[in-house]
Structure formats: C-alpha cells, structure tokens
Design a protein around this ligand. Structure first.
Ligand code: SF4
Length: 257
C-alpha cells in the first residue's frame, strides 16, 4: 500500500501551456521631444554607418502630429545630399502613388496627375504624413547590416512614441523587420496589417498597426509598368482606406482628406 502511495503522482504541471517569455523590449536612450531627438541625431555616431556618410544623417520630414507615419529603409544618394527622406527616385514613385490615392489624402493632389513631383505634392504629403527611415544614414552602395538597423531602432521607437501615429506604413522588407522585430517575406507579406510593439512608459509596450508595402526602389527595379507598381498603389489605397475606416469606427475627428 505504502509502496503504491509512493508511486510518483503524474505531474499536472507538465500539461500546462508553457508561459511565453515576455518580449524583451525597452527604451535605451529616451528623448522628450522630436526636436531634442533631431538635435541629438543630426550628427550621430552610434553605429558604423556614420563613417559612410561622414556623420551626416538624413532626418525625418513631415507633420510631427501626423496620424500616419511612413517608415522607409535607408536614405538613397539624393536623400543624403538633400538631408531629407524620399526626395529621390523612390520619393518620385511615392508621390505618384499618393497622387493616385488623392481621394484618401487630399483632393487637391488630383491636380498634379502627370506632374507628381511638383513641390506642392511634397508639401501636401508633408502636411499629411510623418516620414522617416529605419536607419538615418546613407549606406553608400551597400545595404545597412542587421547590426546597423538594430543600432538605429531605439531612435525609431522614440520617434514612433513621440509622434504616436494611428497607423504606420512600412516601406520595404527592412523597414517591416525593424518594426515587427522578425524576418519578413515582403513579396508575400505586402498589403497586410500587423502590430508593432513599441516600448511604453507606463505599460511595457504599446501596439501600433503596421501595413507592410514593398519599397518604391524595388518597384522601380521591377519597372513602372510591372505588377509591383500596380500592387504598390493598391496596397497604399488599402492602407489609407483601413485608416479611414478605423477612424470612423473610433469616431476620430479627422477631416478625411
Ligand atoms: S544609422 Fe542611426 S544609429 Fe547609425 S549612425 Fe546613423 S543615426 Fe546613428
């Protein structure tokens, strides 16, 4: 009897679902305002990319209170020269897609069909979006390394926290990976909604909806007549439609464009 009693009882614990490890995210450096962040990163040397671009970063552009934030990958040559993201060929294609989606942004954009790189188009975009990159430094003729993307991610988290957008549009695989902290197969995961976890102050993290699109540079490599050009415009339309629908449900006081 005693022997039977001594028989080890089955451990119920082993049937319990294993507790998922809490996401290890948290701010490193913190910035109180976008102005402070800008000042700090104007001549950043936090990673090896500072050597490539002699410490000259390409800072964000657009409205600090924008409800939609656009995150690209890294600045191109023209962006580096101008010190502003999306002003080169990729920016040209982004303008083209924005004009095509004028009904979801600002009807005035329709006047610039065929003249998408007009300064007024850039102005309307800046009035409606906040645009930044996953890394702020020009990498020359190479892609930034994972280590460099990671080095710049805390700055990106701070920017998201300070802008506090309703939606983020990630342009390209590396932008999506920086935001989602996982590998992304962008050619199959484009046009989909995900959640990015950004460190919070009170809560451990805040979730932001992220729509992933391919990068305009990829579209240009594939050709402006390619299926990717069409998909980019469709995905942007979907992202903006989702934003408007969400705001309607939440009763947000946006003017709807
Ligand atoms: S890429 Fe980012 S972290 Fe690296 S030097 Fe430039 S601003 Fe600093």
């Amino acid at each position: 009897m005693d022997k039977a009693k001594k028989k080890a009882a089955p451990k119920m614990d082993k049937y319990k679902a294993k507790k998922k490890a809490a996401p290890k995210i948290g701010f490193g450096e913190r910035f109180g305002s976008l102005e402070e962040l800008k000042k700090e990163f104007r001549t950043c040397q936090r990673c090896t990319l500072s050597e490539e671009c002699a410490g000259r970063t390409t800072l964000a552009r657009g409205d600090h209170a924008a409800e939609i934030m656009i995150v690209g990958e890294s600045p191109g040559e023209e962006e580096f020269r101008e010190g502003t993201p999306f002003v080169g060929p990729s920016g040209g294609f982004l303008c083209y897609a924005m004009v095509a989606a004028h009904h979801l942004i600002d009807p005035a954009l329709a006047d610039y069909a065929g003249d998408e790189e007009h300064p007024e188009v850039h102005q309307i975009i800046d009035d409606n979006f906040y645009i930044t990159n996953a890394v702020m430094c020009y990498p020359g003729d190479r892609k930034p390394t994972t280590r460099e993307y990671r080095a710049c991610r805390n700055r990106l988290w701070n920017e998201i926290y300070l802008v506090d957008p309703k939606m983020i549009i990630a342009l390209g695989k590396q932008a999506a990976e920086s935001l989602l902290s996982r590998p992304v197969a962008i050619t199959t995961e484009h046009g989909k909604m995900f959640k990015a976890r950004i460190p919070g102050l009170v809560r451990p993290y805040i979730e932001y909806p992220v729509m992933t699109l391919v990068h305009p540079a990829f579209v240009l490599r594939e050709g402006e007549e390619s299926k990717w050009a069409v998909r980019f415009v469709q995905d942007l339309d979907l992202a903006l439609t989702t934003y408007h629908k969400t705001m309607e449900i939440l009763g947000g006081d946006h003017d709807g464009g």
